[in-house]
Design a protein around this ligand. Structure first.
Ligand code: SAM
Length: 257
């Protein structure tokens, strides 16, 4: 049996069927409308980035990376005012194709996400987010365990390190790869499902490992300055799915180590 189709067995990252990830089903389920928990995450991340850049587009915009971008545009949109280039780094062939289509002109459901970002300082300086995303974003297929080090000036990684394997060792390695890909001083935001048991996307089951706020803090802290971690409870009666206990968002700045 394909180990990734058996929720009870251990699954390493390389064993899961990433190229068969159903991007449309995932995006439709998670991001067709703006959920309350994503709303909270976006506000935290938006304000963290805006504070880092003092609320105005920098004279010298940085390069950004969204690691494991999948079928989600809002981390890249949150980086848009601050970046001249955004790399959307993703392993799955189906998600790479989905990202390329969206970058060329994203669908109307993302307007609600942009409207929330617009309430943050600096975001209104982006007058045409579709055109700016098209100009700034490039979609790159690859394995996050092979990311180059100290390459980008800001970064996001949303629901990836804990949602790619049942192995806690791979969780820690993924967080390390993300942090090491950022130059010292880079602002970052990372989000995690808390205590995830894995997840179904279309016809396939994908692995996860159960992490808590403590795991996130212990793994990111050695790389971070001024890190803040917020736990977000599932909205009453509106959990995005079964088999998790909340979401965790960590914002900080890459330290010098
Ligand atoms: C749960 S999805 C999260 C997608 C998106 N970031 C979001 O916020 O919804 C996990 C993503 O990690 C990607 N992924 C899994 N293993 C990876 C690897 N080794 N390198 C890069 N991306 C990977 C998957 O293809 C998928 O897009």
């Amino acid at each position: 049996m394909d180990p990734a189709s058996d929720p009870s067995s251990a699954t390493l990252n390389r064993e899961a069927p990433w190229d068969a990830f159903d991007s449309l089903a995932y995006s439709e389920h998670n991001y067709r409308t703006l959920r309350q928990d994503d709303r909270q995450i976006i506000e935290i991340v938006r304000d963290h980035f805006a504070a880092h850049f003092h609320g105005h587009r920098p004279g010298q915009p940085v390069t950004g990376v969204d690691v494991g971008a999948g079928a989600n545009l809002y981390p890249a949109l949150a980086m848009l005012p601050w970046c001249r280039e955004i790399t959307m780094f993703e392993r799955s062939a189906s998600n790479v194709a989905w990202l390329r289509r969206q970058v060329s002109g994203y669908e109307p459901n993302w307007d609600e996400f942009w409207a929330l970002l617009l309430r943050g300082e600096g975001y209104a300086e982006v007058t045409d987010p579709r055109a700016e995303l098209r100009g700034a974003a490039s979609v790159r297929q690859g394995d996050l365990f092979q990311l180059p080090s100290r390459q980008w000036g800001m970064g996001t990684m949303f629901f990836v390190a804990e949602s790619m394997s049942t192995s806690h060792l791979e969780f820690r390695k993924a967080v390390n790869s993300f942090a090491e890909a950022l130059a010292p001083g880079s602002p970052f935001a990372a989000a995690f499902m808390e205590n995830s048991e894995g997840y179904q996307v279309g016809d396939h089951w994908f692995p996860a490992c159960a992490v808590t706020r403590h795991d996130v803090e212990a793994t990111l802290a050695p790389y971070s300055e001024d890190m803040q971690i917020v736990r977000i409870a599932p909205p009453e009666g509106d959990a995005v799915r079964e088999g998790y206990t909340g979401m965790i968002v960590a914002c900080g700045r890459r330290g010098a180590v």
